[in-house]
Design a protein around this ligand. Structure first.
Ligand SMILES: Nc1ncnc2c1ncn2[C@@H]1O[C@H](COP(=O)(O)OP(=O)(O)O)[C@@H](O)[C@H]1O
Ligand SMILES: [Mg+2]
Length: 353
């Protein structure tokens, strides 16, 4: 297949939405005189050289990106690439070394302690790999915990917590204790607790990494369902490409603290920015991720132009029956405009890879 880039960037559900979170030139350097690194010649060194010369680790290097309101924004990279540090900087659980973080007009880096506490209580929520449930509290009390800290009165607190309990499919477990639940169920409690405060942005740091593959798939579907139902902005860290492709509206790929690529799943798979990303996506079934815009070609003389019509964002796998059944090319049409055609040859080339 020869696709290098799609004819236009593919619209995702959240693609027209404005940014809720804007990050510019963000650095996190650990080590002696860390603040001297950003903006100096040291900033040009590779992570390994910097470590050797100064003893500093550049966990996040000059990161700039925006998260759009309502999208699932995935941060992906190998272990040690800086994902956790990056996301912790966004809520200042880790203090950034340099750069700018703006949440919906609020300058996070300038926020004073009290404002920061309010942000963490009301506008952000985090879900970690280790569920962090309080073992001596019932499930319902765990879900209500954040609300209790916010000072919400008992009756509304429990009514909201019960609503969240139902939302994550744990109806009937209100009085159980965490250790009576499976890992997957405990993480559902974690999800319910995070959603209870009605945050604007949910941060997930590899929340399903400790779960068995089948449960993990379950939980991914749960996140997709919850995202549809509550429509929250989600920043989701994972080192698992399958998880990234399944959940992400867009994916940011990190390597050695730096951003390598930001794009929709089909952009990352169809046009990897470098060998690191290429290696990541090597084993993906491209027909499951790429859309018709990646394989369509201009019509040629002799093409019958009265074949079936499909949109450019139809995933190739979904289009296969239509394409193979038709005795003429499928027309790829958006807003009444013919963008290209796709025939059996184009489809089979992808499937045969
Ligand atoms: N508190 C710290 N002090 C020193 N180095 C750290 C600290 N936290 C993380 N690092 C280093 O920063 C790099 C990125 O770590 P991390 O953000 O945890 O990566 P990831 O979440 O992608 O696995 C790693 O090299 C790690 O060792
Ligand atoms: Mg991590």
């Amino acid at each position: 297949m020869t696709a290098t880039s799609p004819a236009e960037t593919s619209p995702t559900a959240a693609s027209e939405n404005p940014a809720i979170l804007d990050v510019r030139g963000l650095w996190k350097v650990f080590g002696p005189r860390a603040a001297d690194v950003p903006g100096s010649p040291l900033a040009e060194l590779s992570r390994a050289e910097l470590k050797e010369r100064t003893g500093c680790v550049a966990a996040v290097r000059d990161a700039s990106f925006s998260v759009r309101r309502g999208e699932v924004f995935v941060v992906m990279g190998l272990s040690g690439s800086g994902k956790s540090t990056l996301v912790r900087c966004l809520t200042r659980l880790v203090e950034p070394t340099a750069g700018e973080i703006v949440l919906d007009g609020t300058d996070i880096r300038r926020a004073a302690d009290k404002q920061l506490r309010d942000l963490r209580r009301h506008r952000f929520a985090m879900v970690f790999q280790h569920f962090g449930l309080l073992p001596h509290r019932r499930v319902l009390d765990n879900i209500a915990y954040g609300l209790e800290i916010q000072g919400v009165k008992k009756a509304p607190r429990y009514s909201r917590a019960t609503e969240m309990l139902d939302l994550v499919g744990l109806t009937g477990y209100a009085d159980s204790y965490p250790d009576q639940l499976s890992g997957g169920m405990q993480q559902r409690v974690g999800l319910a607790r995070a959603l209870a405060g009605d945050p604007e942005v949910l941060f997930f740091d590899e929340p399903f990494s400790a779960l068995d593959p089948l449960i993990r798939r379950d939980m991914q579907n749960e996140v997709i369902r919850l995202h549809r139902e509550v429509g929250k902005t989600m920043v989701f860290i994972t080192h698992d490409l399958g998880e990234a492709l399944r959940l992400g509206d867009r994916i940011l790929v990190m390597r050695d603290g730096a951003l390598v690529q930001t794009g929709t799943p089909d952009e990352v798979v169809g046009a990897p920015a470098d060998d690191y990303v290429r290696e990541f996506v090597r084993d993906v079934s491209r027909s499951h991720v790429l859309t018709l815009r990646w394989i369509m070609r201009p019509p040629e003389a002799g093409d019958a132009l009265d074949g079936p019509e499909l949109g450019p964002d139809v995933v190739i796998k979904e289009a296969v029956p239509t394409v193979l059944r038709a005795d003429r090319p499928v027309r790829v049409v958006a807003d009444g405009e013919l963008l290209g055609v796709v025939g059996a040859a184009e489809v089979l080339e992808v499937i045969a890879e």
